[in-house]
Ligand binder design. Structure first.
Ligand code: HPA
Length: 273
């Protein structure tokens, strides 16, 4: 399908009418980070299926609502539940969430995910501030006819994860009991977890964490000029690093354990953004 500016504007017009304010920051909550929405004051929750021309969540642990309100004095739009290529979405469909944020009037986005630790210094429960990404499988979400109202055909991605926001994130990390790192997020399409051989290759290539989301959203933000901050919650050591099966229960369990501390940390970052 060929998308138009008006196609995406229809989703945003509907949401703006419902919430009656302009959100400043768009936030995507990854696996098991859903509890953050408890901190949204005066929330207006809009199920994805009510938003015209929007996508639907198919993952059980992803709630599937856009929650708009105030956190730490900032007006936010929070996606509780995100969309992945492994659900069957085409890469160009995955532009929808960040384009919605852009059209709602957001001035920055925060992307969060659960990821496997590839870097041998990472432990489950650690947080990685994403400083770059690699995507060698699948397509760019910006493939196809360009929509110039969002951005140019060819665009620079050297500072896709905005340096000033990363600096702020690391400054706030000092006040958190969690352990923070900076590193490169490596995208794999899933839904299977990786093979040990793939993880060895990813490590040689320079990936520090591996996951099945986020890269399309960061690229869409870069295309439309939205500053972007990204976090991986390291929920497990990647395939082959321990002699144990990888399960989504483990991912969700670690997500739950750091959920409170990570939420408190995110509020500190939001306050200072
Ligand atoms: N691989 C891919 N995605 C993930 C992982 C992993 O090990 N952990 C959480 N999401």
């Amino acid at each position: 399908m060929e998308y138009t500016y008006e196609f995406f504007a229809k989703s945003a017009d509907f949401v703006l009418e419902k919430i009656g304010f302009t959100p400043e920051i768009g936030i995507v909550l990854g696996s098991a980070l859903g509890p953050f929405v408890r901190y949204v004051e005066n929330p207006v929750a809009i199920p994805y299926e009510d938003i015209p021309n929007f996508l639907r969540s198919t993952v059980a642990t992803h709630a599937g609502e856009l929650i708009c309100g105030t956190v730490a004095g900032k007006k936010v739009a929070c996606m509780s539940g995100r969309f992945h290529s492994y659900e069957g979405y085409d890469f160009d469909q995955l532009t929808a969430p960040v384009r919605l944020f852009k059209l709602l009037g957001c001035r920055a986005v925060i992307l969060t995910n659960a990821a496997g630790g590839v870097n041998e210094n990472f432990k489950p429960g650690d947080i990685m501030v994403i400083n770059d990404q690699m995507m060698f499988c699948g397509f760019s979400p910006l493939r196809g006819k360009n929509i110039p109202e969002f951005g140019p055909r060819f665009f620079d991605v050297q500072k896709m994860y905005t340096p000033a926001l990363r600096e702020l994130a690391l400054k706030c990390a000092v006040n958190s009991p969690l352990t923070f790192h900076e590193g490169c997020y490596f995208f794999m399409q899933g839904p299977q977890f990786e093979t040990p051989a793939e993880i060895r290759a990813i490590r040689i290539l320079g990936g520090d964490a591996v996951g099945m989301s986020t890269v399309t959203e960061a690229l869409t933000a870069a295309h439309c000029g939205l500053p972007c901050l990204g976090f991986s919650v390291i929920t497990n050591l990647a395939a082959g690093m321990l002699d144990a099966p990888l399960t989504d229960e483990e991912v969700n369990e670690v997500g739950r354990k750091v959920g409170e501390d990570f939420s408190a940390y995110l509020m500190d970052v939001l306050e200072k953004m």
